[in-house]
Design a protein. Structure first.
Length: 356
């Protein structure tokens, strides 16, 4: 339901901050890649020479969705297990971390949340090499880093993070490309700015039309694409007043799919690889039940037999999700305003969340 007491009165005609900041993502990624080229190369060489036994990620919100992307990228391209640290273990329980040779990747726009800092401190005390992927290079997190990757996204004033999320994904892709030395991935990362600019122009209005009067929906992806399904669901909550839940196309079959029936809305992100095949299969299954399925399919153009397709660029499957979320952001901004919300000022939210 629409919240008529939300911050809609502050909405102004013309482009929102969310629109303008998301539109700039291609330039932000280009700045980030140039600014950190030496750091990526050095870190990649260090990790090849002395591989960690474990990678631990530390993040919240959109940054934690970027950590999901890091998990799949590192586990599929490098083969090292990636675990997500629960910040409460350090900040609430003050539990020590066993010593080892872990790599700790902390991802944050502000670098100031107390529970994130407590977790990174515990990892560093236990001997982890800390990589901080952070936009605010004056933050405590940046000062704690053994390797600092500056997102270089510039000031982000809209509460809904867009360009900082995309630059986080791009930074992870660049890190893995240097670590793995995969020439195809390195080429894909270098092509990201141009592909992001192209993806921003894609028309995802059919998704907005499907969700105009919705209350609940599922967002599905799988593998590397799961991270953007999570991010899309969060943005729909934040900016559009929609109860959106993200699932893997495998996990959604373990119970949640029971509520999918005629008219139920679904957004699906299908990469061009084998993980995307399962998303396509789940989308077809849901469409056969009468669900309203909008499918971003990196393999297809136009209308499919089972779902309404929206355009998605075909590239290296590792970067296709980054391109899809860029197209999604433009649609989400328009949908937010169409539903009577101000995407720059979601109710009850602030730009920096300081969880303990």
């Amino acid at each position: 339901m629409h919240d008529t007491n939300s911050d809609t009165s502050t909405a102004k005609p013309g482009p929102t901050l969310m629109f303008l900041e998301a539109e700039e993502a291609h330039a932000a990624v280009e700045r980030m890649l140039v600014a950190n080229a030496a750091a990526f190369a050095q870190l990649g060489a260090t990790l090849r020479a002395a591989p960690p036994s474990l990678v631990v990620t530390c993040a919240r919100g959109s940054s934690d969705h970027a950590a999901t992307y890091a998990k799949y990228m590192i586990e599929t391209r490098i083969g090292i297990l990636v675990a997500s640290a629960a910040p409460s273990v350090a900040s609430v329980y003050a539990a020590p971390v066993a010593r080892g040779n872990a790599l700790c990747i902390a991802i944050s726009q502000s670098g100031r949340s107390p529970d994130l800092l407590a977790t990174v401190t515990a990892q560093k005390t236990a001997g982890a090499h800390v990589v901080a992927i952070v936009n605010d290079t004056t933050s405590p997190l940046a000062e704690m880093a053994d390797t600092l990757i500056a997102l270089s996204a510039g000031v982000e004033r809209s509460v809904a993070a867009t360009k900082s999320y995309i630059t986080s994904l791009a930074a992870i892709a660049a890190l893995v490309a240097e670590w793995s030395q995969e020439a195809s991935l390195q080429t894909a990362v270098a092509a990201l700015p141009g592909l992001l600019r192209r993806s921003w122009a894609f028309n995802w209005q059919p998704v907005g039309t499907a969700l105009q009067d919705a209350n609940n929906l599922f967002v599905i992806g799988r593998g590397i694409g799961l991270a953007v399904a999570q991010e899309a669901a969060l943005k729909l909550k934040e900016t559009c007043g929609l109860h959106a839940e993200a699932f893997s196309s495998a996990e959604v079959r373990h119970g949640p799919m029971a509520i999918v029936g005629p008219g139920f809305p679904i957004i699906a992100f299908a990469t061009s690889d084998v993980a995307g095949d399962d998303v396509r299969a789940a989308s077809a299954e849901f469409a056969a039940r009468g669900a309203v399925v909008c499918l971003a399919d990196a393999r297809a153009d136009g209308e499919t037999a089972s779902a309404t397709a929206v355009p998605a660029a075909k590239a290296d499957p590792a970067i296709e999700p980054i391109l899809m979320i860029q197209s999604f952001y433009r649609m989400a901004d328009a949908l937010s305003r169409a539903r009577g919300y101000n995407p720059d000022a979601p109710s009850h939210l602030s730009k920096v969340t300081r969880t303990l």
